[in-house]
Design a protein around this ligand. Structure first.
Ligand code: NAD
Length: 458
């Protein structure tokens, strides 16, 4: 029975230890979720929506407290944490507003019968396995559409998010979700595998690494359970020749440093015309040097610690391996001595296909800058990674930018913005970034039964 521990990555001090779920707890969770499902699915959608609406209000009202909690738990700068709490609230509100309509049955052309009707119904208890980098947002993306659809949820958060995951469960219960509709569990990986295998569980959604995704998908496959995977990314950001180089460099640098670079859809690779690469690179370097690294609760700080010393050491090792393999390090890349999981933001260039840094995900404040000659080379570089989450193209000629964006092998392509996520827009990737979609009406389509009812005269 492994426990969960929260550690402040700013100080390295343990905040609290939590007991793990015991075996009786596994069975209790499953049976409560299954029992709650029959009542939850039978409620009017409007009743479920009212509960989600109250949860959304709570995210708004408690945004400061929620922001502080994750600043302490995983090191997110306070303003960003508050923004994340607001975003999570907006997702609950979006599904409260639009969910009932999306669930409405649809009359098809009867095609020879009196009626051909498509109904949308829930499928049962689901498991969500979530990462620490956006503790509230990731959960909202999965929980809100599925709760409005009438499914029940067993949520296993990252081991370092025990406190925020507890608060999220409290918010839903206080908003009126009956017992068993949403259960937060401090479960181990084997317990999750056992739960996925249990016939009462109907599906599983994981956001996290490829390794975790492969393991969860294997268990789900063996047990013929539906699975959605939101995995890693190494997003390209392509700068076109007619872009405002200085402005785009500043925006790209800020985006790359957001959440200390620990975002699946961060612009990890910046692809710049050769003759403008020096100008772009020097602007990114300047932004990285000027970024204040420190205590995430200090308002003047831009970059907090990474989520743990282990996570920081992995990124520092990736940068030094890139240098050993021949990449050019312009600035940063070293751990900051002393307590906590801090590092200096790094800028790399000269990364070639033989180097690990060319194709692996670097989950920290590191920009890799590539140069290109013809536009085909930019597109080739952008697509030449195992991932396909999102990508962006920047330039003044929008038709040209759209043409380039249409060639990106991604789930989300942006022009003159990067990584926008809103409740009503689909979110998800292709290739090794996973499969399935979250958010918007697409997020409600994954774990529902699209049921045909056809009626012919007797
Ligand atoms: P991780 O895979 O280590 O952990 C994610 C979650 O999966 C945690 O709760 C962890 O305990 C659990 N887990 C891992 N292996 C498991 C197993 N075998 N069985 C059951 N549970 C298991 O990932 P992380 O380090 O917390 O997060 C970083 C990764 O997540 C990055 O690759 C990032 O790109 C990705 N990510 C993707 C998205 C997206 O939407 N595509 C969003 C955020 C993060």
């Amino acid at each position: 029975m492994a426990g969960y521990t929260t550690t402040d990555p700013t100080t390295g001090r343990t905040i609290r230890e939590y007991d793990g779920l015991d075996e009786a707890g596994v069975e209790r969770t499953l049976s409560q979720s299954a029992d709650a499902y029959s009542e939850w699915r039978a409620k009017e959608a409007a009743e479920r929506a009212a509960i989600l609406e109250r949860a959304a209000d709570a995210y708004d009202e408690r945004q400061e407290e929620l922001g502080r909690l994750i600043a302490q738990e995983m090191g997110k700068p306070l303003a960003q944490g508050i923004g994340e709490a607001q975003l999570a609230g907006s997702i609950y509100r979006w599904y409260a507003t639009h969910g009932p309509e999306i669930l409405r049955s649809e009359q098809l052309d009867p095609q020879g019968a009196q009626e051909s009707l498509v109904q949308t119904e829930p499928i049962g208890p689901l498991i969500g396995v979530m990462p620490w980098n956006f503790p509230y947002y990731q959960v909202a993306r999965f929980a809100a559409p599925n709760l409005i659809a009438g499914n029940t949820i067993i949520l296993k958060h990252a081991e370092i998010c025990a406190a925020s995951s507890t608060v999220m469960a409290d918010i839903l219960h206080e908003a009126g979700a009956p017992d068993g509709v949403y259960a937060n569990v401090f479960a181990g990986h084997e317990q999750i595998a056992d739960m996925i295998a249990d016939p009462r569980v109907r599906g599983v959604s994981l956001t996290g690494s490829e390794r975790a995704g492969a393991s969860i998908a294997e268990t789900a496959g063996k047990n013929l359970k539906k699975v959605v995977l939101e995995l890693g990314g190494s997003d390209p950001l392509i700068v076109l020749e007619d872009a405002n180089i200085d402005e785009v460099a500043r925006t790209a640098a800020t985006a790359r440093l957001s959440n200390a670079g620990q975002a699946c859809n961060s612009p990890k690779r910046m692809i710049v015309p050769r003759h403008q690469a020096q100008q772009f690179t020097s602007r990114v370097i300047a932004s990285f040097e000027q970024a204040v690294v420190g205590d995430p609760t200090d308002e003047s700080v831009d970059v907090g610690p990474l989520s743990s010393v282990g996570a920081r050491d992995t990124v520092v090792e990736q940068v030094s391996r890139a240098v050993e393999q021949g990449a050019h390090l312009h600035v940063g890349g070293e751990a900051i001595e002393g307590d906590g999981a801090f590092m200096r933001p790094a800028v790399l260039s000269g990364v070639t296909p033989e180097m690990d840094a060319y194709s692996e995900e670097i989950f920290g404040p590191v920009a890799v800058i590539h140069e290109y000659g013809p536009i085909d080379q930019a597109v080739q570089l952008a697509n030449d990674v195992p991932f396909g989450l999102s990508g962006s193209v920047w330039g003044a000629d929008l038709e040209r930018a759209k043409e380039v964006a249409d060639r990106l092998q991604v789930g989300m392509a942006y022009i003159n913005e990067h990584g926008t996520t809103l409740a009503g827009l689909p979110f998800g990737g292709v290739k090794r970034s996973g499969f399935g979609r979250e958010l918007g009406r697409w997020g409600m389509g994954e774990f529902v039964n699209t049921r045909l009812r056809r009626t012919s005269a007797a």
